[in-house]
Design a protein around this ligand. Structure first.
Ligand code: 3JN
Length: 330
């Protein structure tokens, strides 16, 4: 792309949408024009970007008839289902944060540090993975390349910001003693709720199946055995994950630590003697994936345990999407 791109932000007023704007601004993303769009409910609101106020336009069938190069979508699955193909048909490259297109074989599912090359075969839509998947992929990729992963067990501790404003408000109110269950089936303050997204017939939640299916697609290997338990915890920002991995090849823990430290986007924080390990509150507001508690799993031959933390709205959503857009204009 020789000229600066025209960009559109779809869902500009949401939790992820407003973080798109922050991240684009922080990273000084080049653009000629920017269009802010949202559904009828949020249209007419004003958002500020790079010191300028923009009135949010209502998304409609004609929104993409202007000269738009890249659209970052985070307005929910049904909006993406309807409008991402319309935008793509108008020549826009859509980076979509919903689950709507992730498992479509015609749509690349991308974490730039891991599989940026997949961007090349996009046909107008590129999917941003689920937040819990993204932070796990950054860590699994260099280890899979080196030792070949046989099996992964994910256990997540997910922040309420993953549920948008209702999740944040349920926790804020709960901490004041007012139990509110707008986002969840149970009060979140003082609780851990093993229920994210809806339950499926196989007993897993949809969030758990997203992690499993997206792991296979991004690593390009359906033979890896993956299981997951996803849990909502009373934390505002950043998802934490315990990841247990079993490999085909023998591992050396120091070499694992070094391999992770040398991979782009990863910060190793692993000094238990000094109480240093990744923490949700430290990761919040940053773009990196933090790994610590790196230790052998003595119960199997070639196993390790890791503790992985990242800001779910940044690397888990907005930052990853902006990184994809940066690859597009390279
Ligand atoms: O709960 C979280 O921490 C992440 C939530 C993700 C989410 C919430 C509602 C709908 C998604 C997602 O990104 O998979 C979706 C969806 O698009 O299906």
């Amino acid at each position: 792309m020789s000229k600066k791109p025209n960009i559109a932000i779809v869902g500009a007023t949401g939790v992820v949408g407003s973080t798109f704007l922050k991240v684009l601004e922080e990273r000084d993303f080049p653009f000629e024009n920017v269009y802010m769009m949202a559904s009828a409910k949020s249209a007419g609101k004003t958002v500020t970007f790079k010191g300028k106020d923009y009135v949010v336009e209502e998304l409609n069938e004609h929104s993409f008839e202007k000269d738009i190069d890249i659209a970052l979508f985070s307005a929910g699955g049904s909006t993406s289902e309807k409008y991402a193909p319309i935008a793509a048909k108008c020549g826009v490259t859509v980076v979509d944060n919903s689950s709507q297109w992730r498992m479509d074989p015609e749509v690349p599912l991308v974490v730039p540090e891991v599989n940026a090359d997949d961007i090349k075969w996009n046909k107008g839509i590129i999917a941003n993975p689920n937040c819990s998947t993204i932070q796990a992929m950054v860590v699994l990729k260099p280890l899979h390349d080196k030792y070949t992963i046989k099996r992964v067990v994910y256990s997540t501790y997910q922040a309420v910001s993953g549920s948008g404003v209702k999740g944040i408000s349920d926790l804020e109110e709960g901490l004041k003693g007012n139990d509110k269950c707008e986002a969840y089936a149970h009060p979140i303050a003082g609780n851990c709720i093993p229920h994210i997204d809806v339950f499926l017939e196989n007993g897993y939640t949809k969030e758990e199946m997203k992690m499993i299916n997206e792991t296979h697609k991004i690593l390009g290997d359906d033979t890896i055995k993956v299981t997951a338990t996803t849990v909502r915890v009373p934390v505002f920002d950043s998802h934490s994950e315990s990841i247990n991995i079993e490999f085909e090849k023998p591992i050396d823990v120091d070499e694992v630590r070094e391999t992770l430290a040398n991979f782009p986007g990863i910060v190793v924080q692993d000094d238990p003697a000094n109480n240093v390990y990744p923490l949700a509150r430290n990761a919040a507001g940053t773009n990196e994936v933090y790994v610590g508690r790196i230790r052998r799993d003595f119960s199997v031959e070639n196993g390790i345990n890791l503790w992985v933390v990242a800001d779910n709205i940044r690397k888990g959503a907005a930052t990853n999407a902006v990184q994809i857009a940066e690859e597009l204009i390279k």
